[in-house]
Unconditional design. Structure first.
Length: 195
């Protein structure tokens, strides 16, 4: 793979990074459980990601891997938290997608450490760029930034493969797995002290 540039994405790049993130995250285990219909998943992922991704870009929390020509190929969201995130509000619609998203946010939010930390809430690469080092490069970048600020990093691994990947980079299991309802994925909380 060509040399990647890893950096936070800026607001002017939002229109370029949104489609990449939608494609990269649409087949992730939690996204696939939230919207189980493959033919609707990209549209639903775009719908669910647009506002939260814009907020992440505006806050400098979306770290992206760019090819030399400027094409984004992988992204990750790193949010500073003082403890557990706010409890989400119960959705006012009855769509299964909304209920499942609420279930994810409720189940994972309650497991956050009560100390200041960086939350790696999402990370994925475009399917054609997986296994070529973009994820590892983004992870090293994010861990270095957290280490420079003296903050540990918390995440939930959504598959055993992801859990092994994070473990290779110094993350350790952090408590019991989070079991999503209705046959959803089992998420493993993980912690990196960044010493």
């Amino acid at each position: 793979m060509p040399r990647l540039t890893i950096r936070p994405s800026g607001p002017p790049e939002f229109d370029a990074v949104l489609p990449m993130c939608v494609e990269a995250f649409a087949d992730e285990a939690v996204s696939a459980w939230v919207e189980p219909e493959p033919e609707r998943r990209h549209e639903r992922t775009r719908e669910l990601f647009t506002s939260s991704l814009r907020a992440a870009v505006d806050a400098g929390q979306l770290v992206v891997a760019f090819l030399p020509g400027g094409e984004p190929v992988a992204g990750s969201v790193w949010a500073d938290l003082d403890g557990a995130p706010p409890v989400p509000e119960l959705p006012d619609d009855d769509r299964p997608v909304s209920r499942r998203l609420f279930a994810v946010l409720s189940a994972t939010g309650s497991r956050h450490p009560a100390v200041p930390h960086v939350y790696l809430s999402a990370m994925a690469a475009l399917p054609r760029h997986r296994g070529h080092g973009a994820g590892a490069a983004i992870l090293r970048y994010g861990l270095d930034r957290a280490r420079d600020r003296g903050l540990p990093v918390y995440l939930e691994a959504s598959t055993p493969r992801n859990q092994r990947f994070y473990a290779r980079h110094g993350f350790q299991d952090h408590g019991e797995p989070v079991r999503l309802p209705d046959g959803g994925p089992v998420l493993q909380p993980m912690w990196h002290g960044t010493q």
